[in-house]
Ligand binder design. Structure first.
Ligand code: FA5
Ligand code: MG
Length: 440
């Protein structure tokens, strides 16, 4: 899943039955040393639980940590207040959050596809592994903060390839301004339209039907915030990649910002989305406390930036504990230019898996993310990619069939065909058990 909050995500996924690798018979599950009750939402797997506390973003020699430090330095250096950095940094917040934090506080509608079991790792219906760092925005605003960065690991059920992993890292930020900060030299200008009373925000229905601004905000405040937001982010990208970096802004949609944009950079002959951002919905600020203010927010992916910056070809390498990988980032100045050199490239091994779906399932209703989780649980990190190779409906029996290619490759040694076959057979057996399919 590349885009969590685009409005055009298919809702079709909702109607399907979910496969979960979690042991259903248990009434509780232990996550990070704490027992949680399970229910029909529980789909967190032991494999996923094992990533909690790895904290790659804080490990000294990990490329993610180098990029994190450069971003933090940029924000510390660019914004000071009386000589002190005006941004505070939270990089140690627990990834276990409530659905209120991850969704409700951010105005994400009840039926929004990003809440689906097929997209998130739920501990139970009210608790999940955060799917984005924005989950902490409201609690930090409630605590009285106005300029802050939230950095950590996020969890999403997703496809498998060189740029997707179910655990990745985000830097999220909020920068809040009051009238006297924003319009220091223009006391005649205001944040809010005269029809909106910031001291009584709930008496007003804030509309986002105008693409340029929220109805409660003035055009001047929105445009000034947009200019600051874009300048700050382009400044950051230039500090990382140099002044010549090619970039473009794309209009976007997030339930918690309006207007919203995504920033893409040109990398390896293609545009790559690196962050989402926008002007925070005023309802979120009003609910969390700081009225009479306007804020921008953004969220970026550390892996994408690290891959582009250090020319790291595969996202799984970030998790490597191999000294051949880590030594390339060891004892380096955070600003050093580093180009990753593959330690060695081991051969791939591709095995196909074809099966007939049971009469209750069709090609469209088969939950591919459930299948990907199963493959990952059994194959572990030697699974480099799973791709749908073929779909077929039998003309007579009308039975549906799918064929997936599973690409196996170890990052640190050569896999033998016998080893791969053993894993592949296990995946086939588990697929039969989980989905009631018949192997072709
Ligand atoms: C979000 O997660 C929003 N919370 C970002 C945001 C915050 C918008 C605050 C507005 C205000 P999105 O799903 O697009 O949005 O992810 C943000 C970034 O995370 C992406 O631009 C990308 O850099 C990174 N990202 C998303 N999915 C993956 C993935 N599967 N693997 C690696 N990086 C990813
Ligand atoms: Mg996106």
């Amino acid at each position: 899943m590349k885009i969590l909050f685009r409005s055009n995500r298919l809702c079709l996924r909702f109607i399907n039955k979910n496969y979960s690798t979690a042991p259903k018979s248990l009434a509780t599950v232990n996550v990070n040393g704490k027992e949680y009750r399970t229910d029909d939402y529980t789909n967190i797997t032991p494999k996923i639980t094992s990533y909690i506390n790895r904290n790659l973003h804080l490990k000294k020699d990990n490329p993610l940590s180098l990029v994190r430090q450069r971003i933090v330095n940029y924000f510390y250096g660019s914004f000071t207040h009386g000589g002190n950095p005006s941004f505070s940094v939270y990089d140690n917040l627990s990834p276990i959050v409530t659905s209120r934090q991850n969704f409700d506080d951010l105005l994400i509608p009840e039926d929004h596809p990003s809440r689906a079991k097929s997209d998130c790792y739920y501990i139970n219906s009210s608790t999940l592994l955060r799917a984005h760092m924005t989950a902490h925005q409201s609690e930090l605003l409630r605590a009285g903060l106005d300029n802050f960065l939230m950095i950590g690991d996020v969890y999403r059920r997703d496809e498998i390839d060189s740029t997707h992993f179910p655990v990745f890292h985000q830097v999220d930020a909020v920068r809040l301004q009051r009238k006297h900060d924003l319009f220091e030299n223009h006391p005649d200008l205001d944040i809010f339209e005269p029809s909106f009373d910031p001291w009584n925000p709930h008496a007003y229905t804030n509309s986002i039907s105008n693409p340029t601004k929220q109805s409660c905000h003035t055009l001047e405040a929105t445009k000034l915030m947009e200019a600051q937001l874009k300048n700050h982010l382009i400044g950051m990208v230039k500090v990382l990649f140099g002044d010549d970096i090619k970039y473009r802004w794309v209009d976007a949609y997030f339930p918690f910002t309006h207007p919203s944009w995504e920033l893409e950079i040109y990398y390896e002959n293609d545009w790559m989305e690196v962050l989402g951002c926008g002007i925070m919905r005023n309802e979120i600020l009003a609910n969390a406390g700081p009225n009479n203010s306007i804020a921008y927010a953004f969220g970026l992916g550390l892996e994408r930036l690290a891959m582009a910056l250090y020319k790291i070809p595969d996202i799984r390498l970030m998790w490597s504990t191999d000294s051949g990988f880590l030594s390339q980032f060891q004892n380096k100045d955070v600003n050093a230019s580093i180009e990753y050199k593959p330690v060695s490239s081991y051969p791939q091994c591709t095995n196909d898996l074809s099966f007939w779906l049971p009469p209750t399932l069709t090609i469209d209703s088969f939950m591919s993310n459930d299948f990907y989780d199963l493959v990952r649980d059994i194959g572990g990190d030697v699974v480099e990619q799973v791709k749908l190779k073929d779909k077929f409906v039998h003309p007579k029996t009308k039975k549906h069939s799918l064929c997936y290619s599973i690409v196996y490759r170890h990052l640190e040694r050569t896999l033998t065909q016998a080893e791969v076959n053993k894993i592949h057979d296990e995946i086939a057996r588990a697929t039969v058990n989980a989905f009631n399919v018949v192997i072709r």
